[in-house]
Design a protein around this ligand. Structure first.
Ligand code: PSU
Ligand code: MN
Length: 307
């Protein structure tokens, strides 16, 4: 049985040419941002990847196929659809089997990228260990995926809606390198610093590419998490975002929000509480991550050719 992969014409050509490719997730489109900013952002992110020497491959499930790269029409449909499943490792195959439409989270995008031979992936923020996880057991499937699937993921750290110290502890235990880009601190999505030091720091895309290739050669399973801070001009300082985060968490608790619904609920509540400012910051940080991911993909390609 062949893999149910469907490459867009642009991605198929990049594969034939041996051009660098950057995977992009689709849950951020269906569950992370409102329409029409979601589709506009997805297009801007793709353009940013192209402008920095790589080809974008936005990933989603439609018509019993894993689409690696979406056409403009497909992107539009996905951005406006209302019955799209948010897919992670647990439900990717089930969605394909049932013929439903699904968007891929960080975990599911990593699985699909690996199947398609794509080594670098840009997103906004990863899921992590939720606050009070010691009672709720809510730990994103993104974390164990980073521990087992060899894709380098560029994110702006993790959102302060999560328990960031526990998220870093989990990643350390499971052998995931957490690399802050260009600074010592682990970034906190809308803010440049979480107040926590990242375990590793790198200042050049070529260094991240070299570490990616060495992990493969050393036969170490799993990926790398590159934590790229939001640009200074776009950040919402911690002191400003924290009260909104606390309010959103209290609302989630009061309404009994659980499981997959937690992250989308908190994102949309914080959007309301910040009067849209969280979305502006979110767009800026995703573009920044797309840029760095493209550079890393280019460097991996160069290093492969030189070796
Ligand atoms: N962070 C964002 N926007 C998002 C997500 C995270 O800023 O849309 C999505 C990603 O797809 C991530 C998922 O993989 O949320 C994590 O969900 P959960 O916490 O349910 O594992
Ligand atoms: Mn969860």
């Amino acid at each position: 049985m062949t893999l149910p992969l469907k490459f867009s014409p642009e991605v198929a050509k990049a594969r034939a040419d041996g051009a660098p490719i950057v995977a992009l997730e689709s849950t951020i489109i269906t569950h992370g941002m409102p329409f029409p900013q979601n589709v506009e952002t997805a297009r801007l992110v793709e353009a940013e990847v192209r402008a920095h020497g790589a080809i974008p491959a936005t990933i989603a499930i439609m018509d019993r196929r894993i689409h690696i790269g979406l056409t403009s029409v497909q992107l539009d449909q996905l951005g406006q659809a209302t019955n799209v499943a948010k897919l992670s490792r647990a439900d990717l195959a089930a969605c394909l089997a049932s013929g439903g439409t699904g968007s891929t989270t960080v975990a599911a995008t990593m699985i699909c990228a690996k199947l398609a031979g794509i080594e670098v992936f840009a997103t906004g923020g990863i899921g992590g260990v939720h606050r009070a996880a010691e009672t709720s057991f809510d730990i994103s499937a993104d974390l164990p995926e980073l521990a087992q699937t060899p894709v380098t993921v560029v994110a702006a750290g993790a959102k302060a809606i999560l328990d960031l110290p526990k998220t870093l502890e989990y990643l350390e235990t499971h052998g995931v390198p957490v690399i802050a880009f260009g600074q010592d601190d682990f970034p906190a999505f809308w803010s440049r610093s979480s107040g926590l030091k990242a375990p590793l720091r790198m200042d050049a895309a070529a260094q991240i590419a070299a570490a990616h290739l060495l992990r493969g050669r050393l036969n170490i399973p799993g990926g790398q998490l590159v934590a790229n801070p939001i640009p200074p001009a776009d950040e919402i300082p911690r002191a400003e975002i924290m009260p909104h985060i606390e309010a959103a968490l209290a609302d989630a608790e009061a309404q009994g929000i659980a499981a997959k619904a937690v992250t989308p609920f908190l994102l949309s509540r914080i959007f309301e509480l910040t009067q849209g400012r969280s979305l502006t910051a979110n767009i800026a940080l995703v573009l920044n991550n797309a840029r760095l991911a493209a550079r890393i993909a280019v460097e991996i390609g160069k290093a492969r050719r030189d070796s």
